[in-house]
Design a protein around this ligand. Structure first.
Ligand SMILES: C[S@@+](CC[C@H](N)C(=O)[O-])C[C@H]1O[C@@H](n2cnc3c(N)ncnc32)[C@H](O)[C@@H]1O
Length: 452
């Protein structure tokens, strides 16, 4: 390949003052400018005397091939995108076309990506500070992405309490995606969650509307709108949408004292090193609560709650609970052990938290291929044994309570609980039959002070 160059240029939101100096230089140095006609209009003052190739919305790949052809002829080409070229822009498809054509970095055509302010940054700047905590962007365009993929991402983002920016929310033909996105977000977010609808940011027709998740789809949303949906802490005040950084978790007020139990410059008491102690305190205060209820309370997998219990010591116990983990790959041995416990209660849950409890004897458990079965006149129980990754023994009031079989996500596949708690919870006794592990070592306490 010859020595042409392709600039992949992000133009920013659309006003001259928000375009980077490097973007201007790239356009000035180029022989050919290629882009969607709307974006070419954004740089009309910079393209006098240059070859200009205007392409329509659906001709993205054509733009890449045109750029490649010109660069192969030794020309300098600027392929322009609005916002940032690497965010739903031309950078990805161009690299895909180049790599498919056998191009490699350093052999022939030079490629430079020139970053720009993406719609998410520009729209956020216009409405306040909605992105000051974790956020993500999701495009509602199903032109190239199957809807189930988009729906799964919406659900995950909503559940994980990200601030969410929706790109490509609506077009003339795609009108229902935003309604469906709203429905999915409402499964996990309050109806009054603040939402900002920013249209044509930093362009002549700029328009900003504030609304709530419950009402967002009733508003005017179009091709040039970015939808910003707050997280559970985002608030709207004095016409500003703000997502707190989290100072309230540590300080009484923004200039106030550090809250009791917290330290300036250190992780929160509910940080990585501290939160399991908090779980143990919760278990001490709520002795009647089940492990599944605790897991739901902390929105954590049951395996994390068991690890918190296993790390207990005499100053910081877990109330009536005890736990010990079997070493990896010891689940077959753990099952063998449980088969000898006599009368058992087998507990399995559906993904919707329907609970099935069955009474049988340990000897009734039968392995068949990837399944663990209990088959009798009253029920057929089939457990996907291949999903079991780890076994945890649990105790209550120092009596053996049962064994939890967890999957890779540390969620129970099923558990076998003794119907009568008549054996001591004895580490030494268990260790005679099965290899156990110490609970995960507590991380080194020497934590670097926060550098922010
Ligand atoms: C194909 S994506 C291009 C994104 C672009 N590369 C970026 O980084 O901003 C088009 C979507 O970006 C958003 N968008 C682009 N420019 C915008 C602007 N000036 N104001 C609001 N949203 C904008 C809209 O959601 C639009 O549907």
């Amino acid at each position: 390949m010859s020595n042409g160059k392709i600039f992949l240029v992000g133009l920013g939101p659309g006003s001259e003052s928000h375009m980077s100096i490097r973007a201007r230089e790239a356009i000035a140095q180029s022989d050919t400018i290629i882009g969607y006609s709307t974006y070419i209009k954004l740089v009309k003052d910079l393209i006098d005397g240059k070859e200009v190739i205007r392409k329509g919305m659906t001709e993205e790949l054509d733009r890449c091939y045109e750029a490649l052809e010109r660069a192969q002829q030794g020309k300098i080409v600027a392929l322009v995108s609005s916002g940032d070229t690497g965010i739903y822009g031309m950078a990805g498809p161009t690299y895909e076309v180049l790599l498919q054509a056998g191009w490699k970095p350093g052999n022939g055509i030079e490629v430079e990506v020139v970053p720009g302010s993406s719609a998410i940054n520009s729209c956020a700047a216009l409405v306040g500070a909605p992105l000051t905590h974790d956020f993500c962007s999701i495009s509602l365009s199903d032109l190239l992405t199957p809807w189930p993929v988009i729906a799964r991402r919406l659900e995950a983002a909503a559940r994980a309490d990200f601030v969410v920016a929706l790109y490509n929310p609506k077009s003339g033909r795609r009108t229902q995606q935003i309604v469906e996105a709203q429905r999915i977000m409402l499964l996990h977010r309050r109806a009054d969650t603040p939402v900002a609808l920013v249209k044509s940011a930093y362009r002549p027709r700029q328009n900003i509307q504030f609304t709530t998740l419950e009402h967002m789809a009733d508003h005017d949303i179009g091709m040039l709108t970015t939808v910003l949906i707050g997280n559970s802490n985002t608030f709207l005040r004095e016409g500003l949408m703000v997502t707190p950084r989290g100072y309230a978790n540590k300080y009484e007020t923004m200039r106030g004292e550090v809250l009791s139990g917290e330290q300036a410059g250190r992780s929160l008491s509910m940080g990585l090193l501290g939160w399991k102690s908090y779980v143990r305190g919760y278990l001490r205060d709520n002795p009647e609560v089940t492990l599944n209820e605790v897991a739901r309370h902390f929105d954590a997998p049951v395996g994390e709650i068991l690890a918190a219990i296993a790390e207990a010591n005499s100053d910081d116990d877990a109330g009536i609970y005890q736990a010990i983990a079997a070493a990896p790959s010891q689940q077959d041995k753990a099952l063998e052990l449980a088969r000898q416990w006599g009368k058992l209660r087998g507990v399995a849950r559906s993904s919707n938290d329907a609970v099935v409890e069955m009474l049988f004897s340990g000897a009734d458990l039968e392995r068949k291929g990837e399944r663990l079965n209990v088959i009798n006149d009253h029920f057929h129980l089939h457990i996907p044994w291949h999903k079991v990754h780890q076994a945890w023994f649990t105790g209550r009031d120092n009596m053996l309570h049962g064994v939890y079989f967890l999957d890779e996500q540390r969620t129970p596949v099923f558990s076998l609980l003794l119907r009568t708690l008549d054996r001591p919870f004895d580490r030494e006794a268990l260790a005679q039959h099965i290899e156990l592990i110490e609970c995960p070592p507590v991380l080194a306490v020497a934590e670097a002070a926060n550098d922010e």
